[in-house]
Ligand binder design. Structure first.
Ligand SMILES: Nc1nc2c(ncn2[C@@H]2O[C@H](COP(=O)(O)OP(=O)(O)O)[C@@H](O)[C@H]2O)c(=O)[nH]1
Ligand SMILES: [Mg+2]
Length: 475
């Protein structure tokens, strides 16, 4: 297949007006077409649901919070803007008010004095023991009110390991050298800007020479993530030891002696941090919490926008199929050069508040087509579609069917890629008309991979082919 991107926008006699006429007739045509479209929609949304489940979650790169009151206020304001956007696009939804209430609480708590400290870690590492000894020996001596809170044990099941832990300060407790999952969680917390201490508990289980070795290896492992001063060895509740008392007559008595807890290095470090950083800890926590609220608003917004965008992709799939079927041209040319794909870019862009001029949209459509070609997606899917059409009982197969179905398929891939790309952008980022080609290409590849399954293609083919069949033909 040759690809000539310099061809005029209108090919095969199908211009924008014809495309729009097709769109109209699709919308107003008889019940049969309506049904097909509906089934297609259900199939497509099922496909999308599957695709969303499969695609890896985008890492949320939080900016390292500059712990100042201004930064906290700015974070709240940005989050509020996202909520307002959601409120304007998701009318009648209770979500914006719910999120706004969370923000109001953050604002009200900006000047709170008491600190919240989470104690987290795996099961039976000594979290409860540590809170008990802190509360009974130390918390009351400290002038500031401190709330220690134990999280559910981590690493019990796999989903739990990603549990979101966020507090002013986190004490991550381990009972020896850290495991890979502990390391992963620690790194994630640190990269999310969470202030944290690594507390190695139960050091009494080791000989003094081993103790310094373990502490050393912890410090090595955490290099670049945590400073050595924030890695602390303690024994919250050491085992009692057997004591032998020798009597003057040569006999001896044995008794168990309770050992006192050794948490002094930890309380010393805590005192230091709380004296120097208290206020910043609260502001930094506000920044992270506001970012979480914003992300929630964005996710909801993407859901609302997706609900509007998917039916549009559906429509353009049928338009593309019908257009090519009526005037057979290579399917990719349709995507690269017609008003149909240009209009798709403009329509999807409008939903995601990305404004494209006609020329910009044309360029985006052409880019999508040329990237599909370069990535070999065109070759691959044309072969698959041809093969499936040959071997399966599609009732109506005529010349142009492969092109028609391919055109619908490319339209779908292009549309889904655009949605995914727009969704991954920052809400504030409405620099219009310009696209990051690299990122778009990566998205394209991922979307193609998710929509390549034979079972999906099979039902897609059936759906498009039946829309092209004579009974429902729009010609
Ligand atoms: N040897 C020793 N055992 C400890 C220490 N701290 C806690 N333990 C014991 O470890 C077990 C689990 O402690 P717990 O506080 O319930 O752990 P959690 O599941 O993390 O809350 C208990 O039997 C504690 O007595 C310590 O410093 N040394
Ligand atoms: Mg416990």
């Amino acid at each position: 297949m040759t690809l000539n991107l310099r061809r005029p926008v209108l090919i095969g006699g199908i211009g924008l007006s014809a495309a729009l006429w097709l769109l109209e007739s699709l919308q107003h045509s008889g019940s049969e077409m309506g049904e097909t479209a509906l089934i297609g929609l259900v199939a497509a949304s099922a496909g999308y649901w599957w695709w969303q489940r499969q695609s890896p979650k985008l890492e949320l790169a939080l900016p390292q919070p500059l712990a100042s009151r201004e930064a906290a206020e700015r974070a709240i304001a940005t989050s509020e803007a996202a909520i307002n956007l959601l409120a304007s696009e998701a009318q009648n939804s209770p979500d914006p008010a719910h999120l706004k209430a969370q923000l109001d609480r953050l604002t009200a708590e900006l000047d709170r004095q008491d600190l919240r400290i989470s104690i987290t870690g795996g099961k039976a590492v000594g979290k409860t023991a540590l809170i008990q000894v802190l509360n009974s020996n130390w918390t009351s001596q400290h002038s500031q009110k401190l709330n220690f809170q134990e999280t559910a044990p981590l690493f019990i099941n796999t989903t739990n390991a990603d549990a979101k832990i966020s507090d002013d300060l986190v004490l991550f407790v381990t009972a020896g050298d850290i495991t890979d999952s502990e390391f992963k969680t620690l790194s994630q917390l640190a990269s999310a800007g969470q202030r944290l201490l690594l507390v190695w508990n139960k050091q009494d289980q080791y000989l003094p020479t081993q103790q310094s070795q373990i502490l050393n290896s912890l410090q090595q492992r955490m290099q670049g993530i945590l400073g050595t001063e924030d890695i602390i060895a303690i024994a919250a509740s050491p085992n009692s030891i057997k004591v032998r008392q020798h009597q003057p007559d040569g006999t001896f008595q044995e008794r168990m002696e309770n050992q006192v807890s050794q948490i002094q290095p930890l309380t010393a470090r805590l005192t230091e941090i709380l004296t120097q950083e208290s206020q910043q800890l609260i502001w930094a926590h506000t920044v992270r919490s506001a970012a979480t609220v914003k992300l929630e608003a964005k996710t909801l917004l993407n859901g609302v926008r997706g609900d509007r965008a998917f039916p549009i992709i559906e429509q353009y799939q049928y338009i593309a199929a019908a257009a090519v079927f009526a005037n057979p041209v290579p399917a990719l040319d349709l995507l690269a050069t017609t008003a149909i794909s240009t209009q798709l870019v403009i329509d999807l862009g409008a939903i995601y508040q990305q404004k494209f001029s006609l020329d910009q949209a044309k360029a985006v459509a052409a880019t999508l087509a040329s990237q599909m070609f370069k990535l070999g997606l065109v070759e691959l899917s044309t072969q698959t579609i041809t093969g499936l059409l040959k071997t399966n009982a599609v009732t109506f197969v005529a010349g142009g069917a492969v092109q028609g179905i391919s055109a619908a398929y490319f339209t779908r891939i292009a549309g889904l890629s655009l949605i995914e790309y727009f969704q991954s952008r920052e809400l504030e980022n409405t620099v219009n008309g310009s696209l990051n080609i690299d990122q778009l290409t990566k998205t394209l590849q991922a979307v193609f991979k998710q929509n390549q399954q034979i079972s999906f293609l099979q039902s897609f083919i059936n759906q498009i082919a039946s829309s092209l069949s004579p009974q429902t033909s729009i010609r």
